[in-house]
Ligand binder design. Structure first.
Ligand SMILES: [Zn+2]
Length: 140
């Protein structure tokens, strides 16, 4: 991505001033930044970042890293990450939640969904621990 492109997390900020530092290894300061940077990582196909920011207790966590990585990459390639809207962010010292709507398209179909994500902080880093999908649109 060029320096002058907008961040795929839909912040309207430039990528290199938004989620790129997190993708390069800087710990996200809060769960909302982590959530946005994960959305951007999906959009960019940065599977390693998705894996490294997923908590080991998440139901989708897999020790089969190479298969997991492939499935993330396949999902990223098959999906357009059009927009992200944040509905609620409840911050805390060690746990936090972010409720959002991810506006996605897959093969021309609307694949938009809403989720409440649960995050935990361990060793000064935030991790995605669980998610509850709360409104899944039927494919139109
Ligand atoms: Zn961003």
């Amino acid at each position: 991505m060029s320096k002058f492109e907008r961040c795929p997390c839909a912040s309207k900020a430039l990528y290199h001033k938004c989620c790129k530092p997190f993708h390069d290894g800087t710990p996200a300061a809060d769960a909302l930044s982590l959530m946005r940077s994960r959305f951007a990582a999906y959009a960019l196909g940065l599977a390693d970042y998705i894996i490294d920011t997923t908590h080991s207790e998440h139901p989708e966590f897999s020790k089969e890293r190479s298969n997991w990585k492939k499935s993330i990459e396949t999902f990223s390639r098959a999906t357009n990450f059009d927009h992200l809207t944040i509905e609620e962010f409840v911050d805390g010292d060690e746990t936090a939640t972010v409720t959002f709507t991810a506006h996605l398209r897959q093969g021309g179909n609307d694949a938009t969904f809403g989720e409440k994500s649960f995050f935990v902080k361990e060793n000064n880093r935030w991790f995605y621990k669980a998610g509850e999908v709360h409104c899944e649109k039927a494919n139109a």
